[in-house]
Design a binder for this molecule. Sequence first.
Ligand code: ZN
Length: 308
Amino acid sequence: MMRVVVLGAAAGGGVPQWNCGCSVCRAAFADRDLRRTQASLAVSADGDHWFLINASPDLRQQVIATPQLHPKPGALRHSPIAGVILTNGEVDAVAGLLSMREGSPFAIYAHAKVLAILKANSIFNVLNEKLVSRRPIETDRRFEPTLPDGTPSGLGVVAFAVPGKGAWYLEGQAHPGGDVADGDTLGLTITDKATGQSIHVLTACARVTDDLKARLAGAPLVLFDGTVWRDDELITAGLGHKTGQAMGHIAMSGDAGAIAALGDLDIARKLFVHINNSNPALLCCSAEREAAERAGWEIPSDGTEVTL
Ligand SMILES: [Zn+2]
């Protein structure tokens, strides 16, 4: 049995974002139920050992809010978190690692490019490599993350390249891991080895290709990039000058959007994650929320758990 917990459903900045006065953020400052922390998931094959998909800047708050991730009773030092799988090197995917610096063993799995970003930033040396191993993952090659004592986790993971872009803070700079685009944005297919069931996680995706459709078709669960409702949403709201596409994110709506592209793939459950605070689908009674739900999509709250 595989369990998946949405630790945080929001994109970078969270909902509300500390300095944002957009209509969704204003509503979320007033209404706790609208709030969401920055994107991260936890996955487990046995319910006792968990792997994070990205470590968001809100990780400490997410651990406190998630009983599955609390230290086990009676242990002086313990965490059910056995590892962190990074899908990119953005601040909102890696900053939470800095909150995991208190001497517990776990493993970081990431593409060599993302590991190069961690190595190039000496602040990540707070994670002692004797306790926190850094393991490179290759695209299209299945691996099984292990527990801190070396035993198998029961999960099979395949990372695959998805259309996207590199870390924004490296734009225009030489990438410490080399210049090829491969590895900048990864999707993950995670399989419960006991049941053979596979889920797919794409917290960033700029386009849905035919290859991607074939991969996602018939899945029991897909967690997909829900950053913006419309491609030009940040511009029309006066919040920024970039389109969703320029940031490496497909829109939810529109002819080329995620709802249309994944509409006929027979996916049992579809959850949007990495939802930006500009996205009106976050508001529970908006027309956009209703349209997404009518199309079979869920806009999860933090803490939503799916069992397969
Ligand atoms: Zn906002």
